[in-house]
Every structure is written in structure tokens, then in C-alpha cells.
Design a protein around this ligand. Structure first.
Ligand code: NDP
Length: 331
């Protein structure tokens, strides 16, 4: 059987283009004992993949050039030579950027597509939702007494963070690019939202929207947002540093913000995290998420592109703000 996969042709400097990607047809090996043949139905599209395109090892290896790339994916079992799976079962794996694959059954995880749509396991009920949960619960230790600012609030992690924060009882100010995204942030519970592209002074706009300062900041953007956060946070404020997408395509050196001393003056607590280091929270996450979903407090928004050939454009679209909620490719 043939499989089709997107391969990276070169490590981009600055903003990647569609010429950095190639759609390749490969032969799949015959199935051996203990293996499964999977047809992917949904592919996860994530900003962190940009780091794996840099050619530099960070907390994960870079993608190989002219070889298969990885990413979250859910698919159906087409054929199984493992007792763990039968034809028609839904599974999740890291074998994204391709339409089909053969794998050791131990490397794929069963998902229950009767409880939630299968693609939800890549979004609100998957690592995306878990990322928001870890940042709020473990790094920020958010309570109902807090006012939190969530940046990239209309994105996958950001929209989850807004809803989880409201479910915890906190007051939420969101930032996002454009009036339509601002309205969306408010529709999912943000008490106030700011179009960061439309304001001259982001710190002032967020402070006013919050009715004073904030005690917590969920960082998804970095750069100008980071500088503003150091202004807006009240003494003893907490920051969960989740992502800094504003810098991912920017290879130029940037000056250090001149308000870093606010970290001392305000006794700020700042902590970065990688979601996969906090899987001990997974059980708590599923319990809270189930309760919040059943109470109608949380839902998952998706932006869906169709077809494997559109995977590179879906990925590049993240950096142009084309998604609302989780960016997915449907196969
Ligand atoms: P998003 O769904 O938020 O998609 C990206 C969004 O970021 C865009 O829609 C856009 O929103 C905004 N954006 C893109 N470029 C810029 C820019 N130059 N300046 C400001 N905003 C920009 O992605 P995710 O929810 O998947 O990820 C959110 C963040 O969390 C990312 O930084 C990601 O790397 C990080 N992350 C970290 C994890 C961890 O373990 N620490 C795990 C998962 C994600 P807008 O139109 O509003 O500008």
C-alpha cells in the first residue's frame, strides 16, 4: 500500500514558505505481528512544530530533512496483527503529516470516539487542553479571586485557557488580533477582550479592560505582549510562560525589555513549562474537563483545512492568525 507524507526540504531561516515542504509518496511495509495499519483522519497543526524546523535540538529533536515529520494525529485501524486493536478502532499517535502508516501497536493509543468527536483528542481533550490546564493549575495556581490575562485568546490553547479560567471562577481579560476574534473571546466567557493590533499602548488597554491590573498572565505570544505584561501585573503576580509565537519566525536578535526590573519590584513569579513534563495531571484534567463540559462551561472550537496537501498552508496560517480555536487538517 502507498502512503503520502509531507517532508521538510530545508531548515527555514525566518518565515517558512510552501517551498520548504514536499508531498511525497512512499511504499508502506507489509504488516508484521504486533503491528497495525492506520489511516489518519485528522492531523494536528501546532506552532511548536516551527521549533522542530529550525535544525537545532531543543527539548525535542529537529525534524529530519527529506524524511517523515511528526505531529499529533488521530486515525482508524485499517488492518491489525495485534490483539490490542481491531479494524475500525480509533487511535491517536504522533504519526502526523501523513495519510497512512504502519506502526508497532504499542506506539498508538486507543481513543473513545463514542464520547467525543475523534479530533477533540487533538484539541480541547488532548495536549492543547492539557497545556492550558497545566499552565493555569500548576504554574499560576489560578483561583476565583484572580484576574488573569490570556494572550492569543482566540487560539487553541488560549480559548481553552479562557474557558478553564472562567470555570475556575476567575475574571478574564483576553487579547487577540482583530474585532472578530475579540468578539469570539467574549462569546466564550472573557469578561473583556482587547484587539492588540488596534491599540497603540497594549499595557494601558489591558489595564483598562481589567479595571486595574491583573494578578496572572498566561503567555502565548512573547515580545510586545511580554513587555506589556510586566507593566500590567500587580505585585506578587504569576506568569505561566507557555509560548512566544511572536519570536518563532524571527531570527534577529531583540533588545531585552527595559522593564525587566519589574520582576524584582513586583516580586513576580514566572515559570515556563513543557506540557509533556506534567502528564501526572492528566487524570485531574480529564475529571475537571468532563465536569466542565457536562455543565456546558467548556467546548472546543476548530478551524478545519481539508487534505494532506494543505497541511503546510494550515501550518503557515498559524503565523498569520488564520485559525480560531484548534487548527486541524481533515483527511
Ligand atoms: P494558536 O491556536 O494560538 O495559533 C497561533 C495564534 O497565535 C494565531 O492564530 C495568532 O492569533 C497568534 N499569532 C501568530 N503570530 C503572532 C505574532 N507574530 N504576534 C502575536 N500573535 C501571533 O496556537 P496554540 O494554541 O497551539 O499555541 C499557543 C501557544 O502555546 C504557542 O506559542 C505555542 O507554541 C504554545 N504551546 C506551548 C506548549 C507547551 O508545552 N509549553 C504546548 C502547546 C502550545 P491572533 O490572530 O490573535 O494574533
Amino acid at each position: 500500500m502507498k502512503s503520502h507524507q509531507i517532508q521538510l526540504t530545508a531548515y527555514p531561516k525566518g518565515e517558512p514558505g510552501s517551498d520548504h515542504f514536499n508531498l511525497v509518496e512512499v511504499d508502506l511495509p507489509a504488516l508484521r505481528d504486533g503491528e497495525v495499519l492506520i489511516a489518519n483522519r485528522w492531523l494536528s497543526v501546532d506552532p511548536y512544530m516551527r521549533g522542530r524546523m529550525s535544525g537545532i535540538k531543543t527539548y525535542v529533536d529537529p525534524f529530519p530533512l527529506n524524511g517523515p515529520m511528526e505531529g499529533g494525529a488521530v486515525g482508524e485501524v485499517l488492518e491489525s496483527r495485534s490483539d490490542a486493536f481491531k479494524k475500525g478502532d480509533w487511535v491517536m499517535s504522533m504519526q502526523g503529516w501523513r495519510d497512512a502508516y504502519v506502526a508497532d501497536a504499542k506506539l498508538v493509543q486507543a481513543i473513545d470516539a463514542s464520547i467525543l468527536p475523534p479530533q477533540a483528542y487533538l484539541g480541547i481533550a488532548g495536549l492543547t487542553g492539557m497545556t492550558a490546564y497545566v499552565g493555569l493549575k500548576r504554574q499560576i495556581e489560578l483561583t476565583a479571586a484572580d484576574t488573569i490575562w490570556v494572550s492569543a485568546g482566540a487560539g487553541a490553547v488560549g480559548s481553552a485557557a479562557i474557558q478553564f479560567s472562567k470555570a475556575i471562577g476567575a475574571k478574564v481579560v483576553a487579547t487577540a488580533g482583530g474585532a472578530e476574534k475579540v468578539a469570539y473571546c467574549q462569546s466564550i466567557g472573557a469578561d473583556a477582550a482587547v484587539d492588540y493590533k488596534a491599540v497603540d499602548n497594549l499595557a494601558k488597554a489591558v489595564r483598562e479592560a481589567a479595571g486595574g491590573g491583573v494578578n496572572a498572565y498566561f503567555e502565548n505570544v512573547g515580545g510586545t505582549h511580554w513587555t506589556a505584561a510586566l507593566e500590567v501585573l500587580k505585585p506578587k503576580g504569576r506568569i505561566a510562560v507557555c509560548g512566544m509565537i511572536q519570536r518563532y519566525n524571527d531570527s534577529s536578535a531583540q533588545p531585552i525589555p527595559d522593564n525587566l526590573t519589574n520582576i524584582i519590584a513586583k516580586s513576580l513569579r514566572i515559570e515556563g513549562f513543557i506540557v509533556s513534563d506534567h502528564m501526572d495531571l492528566r487524570k485531574d484534567f480529564i475529571t475537571d474537563l468532563s465536569n466542565w463540559m457536562m455543565a456546558g462551561k467548556v467546548s472546543g472550537e476548530e478551524t478545519v483545512r481539508e487534505g494532506l496537501a494543505n497541511m503546510p498552508n494550515a501550518f503557515l496560517g498559524l503565523f498569520k492568525g488564520e485559525n480560531r480555536g484548534k487548527m486541524l487538517v481533515k483527511l
